[in-house]
Design a protein around this ligand. Structure first.
Ligand code: SF4
Length: 160
């Protein structure tokens, strides 16, 4: 971004502006799937305070969200709904797979649970653990901010 000392306005590219906006204030969608969601919810509490990173505003609509945190196991029945919600989010959008169940099915090795949400969604950051701590999720958010700032879409493993 460039700001002229003579002119009271900033010029930039749309891509750069979007990166700046998303690294400053990414908005996760309100969506908890299982026990990992309890840890996810606590990141907005005063103890963890994700408003420090502009990520405390959980949106109720996928149209207003740019981050999906898949927090828990995904049942096969839920999979098409999850995909539909993802498709309703505006680009550019991001996905964090939180916990062993979201990333690999975890302890649920059976016909009813997806063996990893990356079979239906493009995951950007994986957070290991059962459940991952809120610190680990915040670390994943930091990793995602780096990825967005770098303009990449690489898969990252975030160990908290
Ligand atoms: S990873 Fe552990 S805490 Fe998270 S949904 Fe699976 S069983 Fe629950």
């Amino acid at each position: 971004m460039e700001m002229s000392p003579q002119q009271p306005f900033i010029t930039t590219k749309l891509d750069e502006f979007t990166k700046w906006a998303q690294t400053s204030a990414i908005w996760p969608m309100t969506m908890g799937l299982a026990c990992c969601a309890i840890e996810m919810m606590s990141i907005v509490s005063p103890r963890y305070d994700t408003s420090r990173f502009g990520a405390e505003v959980f949106r109720s609509s996928p149209r207003q969200s740019d981050l999906m945190i898949v927090s828990g196991r995904v049942a096969n029945k839920m999979a098409p709904i999850l995909r539909q919600l993802y498709d309703q989010m505006p680009d550019p959008k991001w996905v964090i797979s939180m916990g062993a169940c979201a990333s690999s099915g975890g302890i649920f090795d059976n016909y009813a649970v997806l063996p990893g949400v990356d079979s239906i969604l493009p995951v950007d950051v994986y957070v290991p653990g059962c459940p991952p701590s809120p610190d680990a999720l915040i670390y994943a958010l930091m990793q995602l901010r780096r990825e967005i700032a770098a303009g990449g879409k690489a898969n990252v493993l975030a160990r908290g």
